[in-house]
Design a protein around this ligand. Structure first.
Ligand code: IMP
Ligand code: MG
Length: 188
């Protein structure tokens, strides 16, 4: 692929991502069931499951993950920007769309592409908690360990990665490379 010339290494190959996403989907469903959610009947008390995907980075991950979760669930999108343009350092979190306002009593799974400084998840967790969901869990495909300046817990993590700027599988640099099917390190 022509995109490949811009990368120094492929950090996580496509089939490893697929395998891990499969495991995560099953783990999440198992945990929801174990905490008493009636996954066959979303009308049952406190059994509504809502996935909130953080746009744009999580789109590819979420598209694959939901197909590994064969249960009744709702999908919502929220757009947030934290790395405007060509910056590789977080510039703070900006909400570009409003969160859904009907999360009370729902089991919410917040999904993002990567946990870096933790600002994005922390901001969204705070806003979602205000609505008093029945539960809130967080899931990220990637995590850069040791980098989080804030103590934010990700309940489900696909891969811990070194502190490199990565692209592909939804992650971008200046809006590009999201369509690359693996996780790659950008050549600087
Ligand atoms: P945080 O708020 O610093 O945790 O950053 C999370 C957001 O920054 C993610 O949703 C990504 O969109 C973006 N981000 C952080 N690290 C990277 C990276 O290595 N590549 C691409 N985007 C990143
Ligand atoms: Mg991004």
């Amino acid at each position: 692929m022509a995109l490949q010339r811009d990368f120094s290494t492929i950090l996580i190959e496509r089939d490893r991502i697929a395998q891990r996403v499969h495991e995560l989907g099953h783990e999440i469903v198992r945990d929801l069931r174990m905490s008493g959610v009636n996954l066959d009947d979303p009308q049952a008390p406190a059994s509504r499951v809502v996935i909130i995907a953080v746009m744009t980075g999580a789109i590819v991950f979420v598209a694959d993950l939901i197909r590994e979760m064969p249960v009744k669930l709702h999908i919502e999108l929220v757009a947030v920007s934290s790395y405007p343009g060509t910056s590789v350092e977080s510039k703070g979190v900006k909400m570009k769309t409003a969160l859904p306002s009907d999360l009370a009593d729902s089991h919410v799974l917040l999904i993002d592409d990567i946990l870096d400084s933790g600002q994005t998840l922390q901001a969204l967790i705070g806003l979602i908690q205000q609505q008093r969901p029945a539960s809130l869990r967080t899931c990220v495909l990637l995590r850069k360990p040791g980098k989080a300046k804030i103590d934010v817990r990700a309940d489900y993590v696909g891969f811990d990665i070194p502190d490199e700027f990565v692209v592909g599988y939804g992650l971008d640099y200046d809006g590009l490379y999201r369509n690359f099917p693996a996780i790659a390190v950008l050549r600087r």
